[in-house]
Design a binder for this molecule. Structure first.
Ligand code: NAD
Length: 293
């Protein structure tokens, strides 16, 4: 087995959402392993800062950076065309960009928020995968890595929009994996299910206690784990705070127990307000509705 450095040196890696958190961790990790990088993000300033630091720390790294919105297919087409012409080819594509959901129950979540979460998290991954595939299949070895979540394995309360996008990433990627295995087995397809990682994903006031309690693992740790898992072609990459426990629970517990356990997880996280007031078109049960027997 080659060393990580030998394996990755001179490979070209594309990373979406590279301006922050896990994406920035991946960019630093692959630069330190001798890769050349194509990085994109919607946040121009933060992306330039990541690129600047990488250039200072690894002056020989070839870098292509672009501001794109991953939910726009045309943006992907132009970004990957530019990346491949500047860096010669694409070996590894990591669809990492993502946003949090509403952190509210279904009845309180705006349809617009659900659409946005699906557009960025799910369609961003769909377009990133579809547009990258023609480049990947040209290579003697390549990897497509899609970042789901432990919330692509099980679904706690107040995460229906986010879970819908992350379960969808899992379904899409597993199917694509089975398809490519038949005709392009040299392109490995891998799923990442991060547990709690200390990043900037939680921007809403109602998700700050969740962040404090769960998002504790450093992005550099999951980045290195992902790099090792790519080298070893691990189909499902599970890493981060609570990740192992969650994955096990999703496989062995009956859903009725899982739902009860998960309902308790949001206690004390300031996420219960929507359970105590009526919403437009959705009322709380009244005392008179309750069965007497
Ligand atoms: N942090 C965690 O605990 C955790 C757990 C499970 C899964 N994840 C997943 O990991 C991935 C990375 O998230 P993170 O935690 O590093 O969050 P982060 O917010 O720190 O980084 C996400 C990056 O994606 C970018 N982005 C958002 N919308 C975009 C768009 N439309 N187009 C292009 N870029 C866009 C953001 O600007 C940001 O730089 C996400 O897919 C997230 O769902 C994170």
């Amino acid at each position: 087995m080659p060393s990580l450095q030998d394996f990755f040196t001179n490979k070209v890696v594309v990373i979406s959402g590279a301006a922050s958190g896990i994406g920035a961790g991946l960019a630093h990790c692959f630069a330190s392993l001798g890769c050349n990088l194509a990085l994109c993000d919607i946040d121009t300033e933060a992306l330039a800062e990541v690129a600047d630091t990488i250039t200072k720390q690894h002056p020989t790294t070839q870098l292509h950076i672009e501001t794109i919105d991953v939910s726009r297919k045309a943006a992907w087409q132009s970004f990957l065309c530019n990346a491949a012409s500047q860096l010669n080819h694409i070996d590894i594509m990591i669809n990492n960009a993502g946003i949090e959901g509403s952190c509210q129950p279904v009845w309180a979540t705006d349809d617009d928020v659900l659409h946005k979460v699906m557009d960025v998290n799910f369609y961003g991954m769909v377009y990133g995968s579809k547009v990258a595939l023609p480049y990947l299949v040209k290579r003697p070895w390549a990897a497509l890595v899609n970042v789901s979540s432990i919330f692509g394995l099980l679904a706690p309360p107040n995460t229906a929009d986010y879970c819908a996008s992350k379960f969808a990433i899992r379904g899409y990627t597993e199917s694509l994996r089975a398809e490519l295995a038949q005709i392009h087995p040299q392109v490995q397809v891998q799923l990442v299910h991060p547990g709690g990682i200390n990043t900037n994903i939680t921007r809403l006031p109602q998700s700050q206690k969740f962040k404090e309690r769960f998002l504790t693992e450093e992005p550099s740790a999951i980045a290195l784990h992902i790099a090792k898992s790519i080298m070893h072609n691990k189909a499902r990459i599970i890493f981060g705070n609570q990740a192992g426990r969650t994955s096990l629970a999703s496989r062995i517990l009956p859903l009725k127990w899982l739902s009860k356990l998960l309902a308790k997880e949001i206690d004390g996280l300031d996420m219960k307000e929507d359970y105590t007031v009526d919403h437009d078109g959705f009322s709380l049960p009244k005392d008179s509705d309750k069965k007497t027997d």
